[in-house]
Design a protein around this ligand. Structure first.
Ligand SMILES: [Cu+2]
Length: 356
């Protein structure tokens, strides 16, 4: 993908027309890289629909910044639940697919309303080790959870808009529409196959109403653009199952380069910090790391390459396509915990209405 983007960029430079001759151009860099949400606002009466597909691939485990094999985990990490004394099941691969549907509408030039809901498909592969201790593999199994996640509603307020430089602040709520009662058949160290409530990471929602706050500053002029965003999601209450997910804060910054108005290429860094789960779901007590609320959260820094395209004429005008590929460059996890390998986001956005 990197190679493809580079050669695409080169071809565009060679064919780049002067921007001054295109005053009506829709700018590809008027939107942030597709992995950033709530970066832009709309003018009065304007609507936007968006669809994003996101795949996050996780392979292997780490404690802090150190990688651990499944055999090391089951011989060195105690089980938080009474029996057996050590962890006996290790997740070694997870794929999270998200179909993200979004709508934006601006009742006036200062306020833009935004709603998002995700359809999630989670899949986790496990290794079960035999008996009460030791590192003899007994077998493997896969669990899956599928369904809609939490609905996120927010309002974005334009604080500053000079045309080139924009600042918006956002306040919102995440509503607990996603299930926290997902179950799956598992394969135990004793060779039995009961159906159990899945660990926290495989659940589809937080189970709580979570306030979110954010601010985004962007600038675009000539061939260059840049932006920054900070977002916090706060967990202020326990859910019905007796726990709350950790607070999340993240900050990101990006630089974009547009050889022509309809294309923009981005480099982006994002740092995030997530707290441990507080409380516990009494239904979740298997001898696996994901069953321990302390083995959640941590600090991650990831780097991304992205591309935006926007149509200029006819029925393609205002249609946006985008892609972004991210890889972590630093992960310090409260573990053992699965580590992220890469994340890919593909997106489509279309806005209409408004004054133009
Ligand atoms: Cu929008």
């Amino acid at each position: 993908m990197k190679k493809l983007m580079m050669s695409g960029a080169l071809a565009l430079v060679l064919s780049a027309p002067a921007w001054a001759h295109e005053p009506d151009a829709v700018r590809a860099d008027a939107h942030a890289p597709i992995g950033v949400m709530g970066d832009h606002t709309h003018e009065a009466g304007e609507w936007m629909f968006s669809y994003r597909f996101m795949r996050m691939a996780m392979v292997g485990n780490r404690v802090g910044r150190t990688s651990l094999t499944p055999q090391e985990i089951v011989t060195s990490i105690p089980n938080v639940h009474d029996m057996p004394p050590m962890l006996r099941v290790v997740p070694d691969r997870m794929t999270m697919d998200m179909h993200m549907f979004g709508a934006m509408y601006a009742p006036n030039d200062r306020i833009t309303l935004m709603a998002m809901v995700n359809y999630l498909q989670n899949e986790m592969d496990h290794i079960t080790f035999a008996g009460m201790m030791g590192d003899t593999e007994l077998g493997r199994f896969t669990t899956r959870s599928t369904g809609f996640g939490d609905v996120k509603l927010s309002a974005l307020v334009d604080v500053l808009d000079t045309g080139a430089t924009r600042l918006n602040i956002r306040a919102g709520l995440s509503l607990p529409t996603g299930s926290i009662d997902e179950t799956a058949q598992v394969f135990t160290p004793m060779g039995t196959t009961p159906v159990m409530t899945m660990p926290y990471v495989m659940q589809l929602g937080s189970g709580t109403i979570d306030p979110t706050l954010g601010a985004t500053l962007t600038h675009a002029s000539g061939h260059w653009s840049w932006g920054g965003q900070a977002v916090a999601t706060l967990r202020v209450d326990d859910n019905d199952a007796g726990y709350r997910l950790g607070d999340e804060v993240s900050a990101t910054g990006w630089v974009g380069w547009s050889p022509r108005p309809d294309w923009a290429f981005f480099g982006r860094l994002e740092g995030s910090s997530t707290g441990r789960i507080e409380g516990a779901d009494s239904r979740i007590a298997p001898p696996i790391q994901t069953g321990n609320p302390a083995f959640y959260g941590g600090e991650t820094l990831s780097a991304s390459l992205g591309v935006n395209w926007v149509g200029q004429a006819g029925s393609l005008r205002g249609q946006r396509l985008a892609a972004e590929l991210s890889r972590p460059v630093y992960q310090d996890l409260n573990g053992p915990q699965m580590e992220t390998d890469w994340t890919l986001i593909l997106g489509w956005q279309y806005a209409w209405g408004g004054a133009q």
